[in-house]
Design a protein around this ligand. Structure first.
Ligand SMILES: [Zn+2]
Length: 293
């Protein structure tokens, strides 16, 4: 995949220095503040009734800087971090694809943020964990990725390749697109009224549509920026196959139980990614009104 030198997104939050046991200090006001300072700030805040973050910001030399914003904005990844840079370029590419698509439909694409984390991290959807794989939280409109997943994808699931990783990111962004379109809300409101098996079947349609949207992204990105190299489509198709529910159940040594599927079979995931890739059209991605998935 050709991506070096392409635009990077400003929507990446790097929390990798925060979680997983290491406690080197919290990034506040662009500088690192030690744990001692934090304790002092908490104590002082408690004693004097001052917001500890205000104090921390003062200690960090932030002065009157807007504290709330600093809290939300984790630092961007360092420039020499290739894996993070790759994610940032792919995210930027999805922004460049979805913004005009929404514009043409008379609407506005609100860009999602992407959080890099290690181990565990708080989200509006509860505690995010690496073991869950990459995921999208509609509550805070953020995509969460532990870059370790790409090693799992390569080594344990047998799906190497940059474009395979890009497909995974584009799939998560596809969930954000669904959220923007109101699909996520509609589906969630239906869940309470249907059986578990029907709810799973609905999840499959949601997931396959996200695969199709990932394909739409790939189509547009290729037309605009010629990102694809030989073998790239195959590497994404291979990844789609390796993370199909049937493949995952088989590799976990379990019997394949279609009723428990929430993502679709390998063949379905490949088919819907291809549908998006070939057509470049969101209309082709109506997995909810198709008879055959
Ligand atoms: Zn998904």
């Amino acid at each position: 995949m050709k991506w070096e030198g392409n635009r990077e997104s400003e929507n990446v939050e790097d929390r990798r220095g925060e979680g997983g046991g290491g406690f080197g200090g919290l990034p506040i006001g662009g500088r690192s503040v030690g744990i001692g300072t934090i304790v002092v700030a908490l104590l002082a805040g408690w004693i004097f009734g001052i917001n500890p973050l205000t104090l921390l910001s003062m200690f960090a030399g932030g002065g009157e800087a807007p504290i709330v914003q600093q809290q939300q904005r984790a630092p961007a990844p360092p420039a020499n971090d290739e894996a993070a840079r790759f994610v940032s370029v792919v995210l930027a590419d999805t922004e460049d694809v979805w913004t005009p698509i929404f514009q043409q439909a008379g609407s506005t694409y609100r860009q999602p943020r992407l959080v890099l984390f290690r181990g565990v991290t708080p989200t509006a959807c509860g505690t995010g964990q690496s073991a869950m794989g990459p995921f999208y939280c509609p509550g805070d409109q953020k995509v969460y990725i532990d870059l370790g997943f790409f090693d799992t994808l390569k080594r344990e699931l047998g799906a190497p390749g940059e474009f395979a990783q890009a497909y995974v990111i584009a799939h998560e962004v596809g969930h954000h697109v669904q959220n923007q379109l109101g699909i996520t809300g509609k589906v969630d409101s239906m869940r309470g009224r249907i059986s578990q098996a029907d709810s799973n079947a609905l999840s499959v349609r949601v997931e396959l549509q996200a695969d199709c949207f990932a394909g739409v992204w790939a189509n547009k990105a290729q037309n605009a920026r010629q990102i694809l190299e030989q073998g790239d489509v195959e590497s994404a198709m291979n990844a789609a196959a390796k993370i199909g529910d049937d493949a995952l159940q088989r590799s976990a040594g379990r019997a394949v139980v279609p009723d428990s599927f929430t993502h679709g079979t390998s063949a379905q995931r490949q088919r819907w990614f291809t549908t998006g890739l070939k057509s470049g059209s969101m209309k082709a991605c109506d997995t909810f009104n198709t008879r055959s998935l």
